[in-house]
Design a protein around this ligand. Structure first.
Ligand SMILES: NC(=O)c1ccc[n+]([C@@H]2O[C@H](COP(=O)([O-])OP(=O)(O)OC[C@H]3O[C@@H](n4cnc5c(N)ncnc54)[C@H](OP(=O)(O)O)[C@@H]3O)[C@@H](O)[C@H]2O)c1
Length: 302
């Protein structure tokens, strides 16, 4: 019999790709805000309590509008923290595992640019979004013993609102944007996050025969290899598009964070150390430049 997975955020960047990858392997019960609003804890509780038997919860849904979260902290907390707590309670109650996605924004990013954050480094979020995601992590970790918390960095993809799509739109309009050069991280394609998660899901499901007694539950960093500033990433997109279209649109201008004020403070250094994911599962994502080339190819071939 096919395993059953409850998947949240089915139309999000990561959720959509997860739905595509997991569908051949499992019977997926996928939801979005139209099915159940995660800001209503009682409605969510009622919804999940009445679900048919499931083997695993995969939970990428989140309030991800980082600047808006500063204005709507209660909503951000309800979706990112309380809803995650409700799902963790349901997973614990059913004695099933749960995968929760978190973020580099749990760190303050004040470290020097040659140092990376490991899973054991203390968190210290600068924004409401980062704080509510960090508290979601804590809830999952405390309530549901069988958890995998995957901390992601600078996610982009073919769907939704993301930096990559904004740059493509500006390029197509022939506009040259100002882009910050003093925040660094690793742009990570949502499809590769979904592929990596699928391998972890297979390991979890395979291990269920042993009651998951052998599984290395815990927190893992999952981001692209290499390092880039937002300006590096934007420039790479414009260079690739100029090559692809034989145009000469002017490349993005570098600006400092101080010259580009936004509501939420972002970490300056968002580099995640992915070593634990590699030593535990043998999984390692390609360099961000390779991921970008693959993503642009995927657009061309659509
Ligand atoms: N994006 C990044 O750069 C980034 C970086 C690090 C970590 N992460 C984490 O990775 C995970 C996936 O991120 P993503 O980029 O795929 O996010 P996304 O594209 O914004 O998708 C979030 C999903 O959550 C759903 N959602 C939001 N509010 C909801 C509510 N009240 N009730 C039910 N569903 C709701 C959204 O539905 P609608 O589309 O209908 O609103 C959407 O399907 C998140 O946990 C995020 O915190 C993201």
């Amino acid at each position: 019999m096919q395993p059953k997975i409850f998947l949240t955020g089915k139309s999000g960047q990561v959720g959509y790709e997860l739905f595509q990858m997991l569908s051949p392997l499992a019977d997926i019960r996928a939801v979005d805000v139209q099915d159940v609003d995660f800001s209503d804890a009682l409605a969510l509780e009622h919804f999940v309590r009445n679900l048919d038997p499931i083997d695993l919860i995969v939970h990428p849904a989140a309030f991800t509008a980082v600047d808006l979260a500063e204005e709507q902290p209660d909503l951000a907390r309800a979706v990112n923290t309380t809803a995650s707590q409700v799902l963790a309670e349901e997973a614990a109650q059913r004695n099933i595992p749960m995968i929760y996605y978190s973020t580099d924004y749990v760190f303050d990013g004040n470290r020097s640019f040659n140092s990376l954050y490991t899973e054991n480094d203390p968190t210290s979020p600068l924004s409401v979004y980062g704080l509510t995601k960090r508290d979601g992590e804590t809830a999952v970790r405390t309530i549901c013993k069988k958890h995998c918390i995957l901390r992601l960095c600078w996610v982009y993809g073919l769907r939704g609102n993301n930096f990559f799509r904004t740059m493509l739109r500006l390029y197509q309009q022939g506009k040259t944007p100002n882009v910050v050069y003093d925040q660094i991280g690793a742009p990570t394609w949502s499809r590769l996050i979904a592929i990596t998660t699928t391998i972890i899901v297979l390991k979890i499901l395979n291990d269920s025969r042993l009651e998951h007694s052998e599984f290395p539950w815990g927190t893992y960093h999952l981001s692209a290899g290499g390092v880039a500033s937002w300006h590096d990433f934007a420039t790479a997109i414009f260079v690739a598009m100029n090559q692809q279209t034989n145009q000469k649109i002017e490349l993005p201008n570098p600006v400092s964070s101080a010259e580009y004020p936004v509501k939420a403070t972002r970490p300056k250094n968002s580099q995640l150390d992915n070593n634990l994911l590699y030593t535990t599962f043998g999984l390692k994502l390609p360099d961000w430049k390779t991921q970008l080339a693959w993503c642009l190819d995927a657009i061309k071939n659509r």
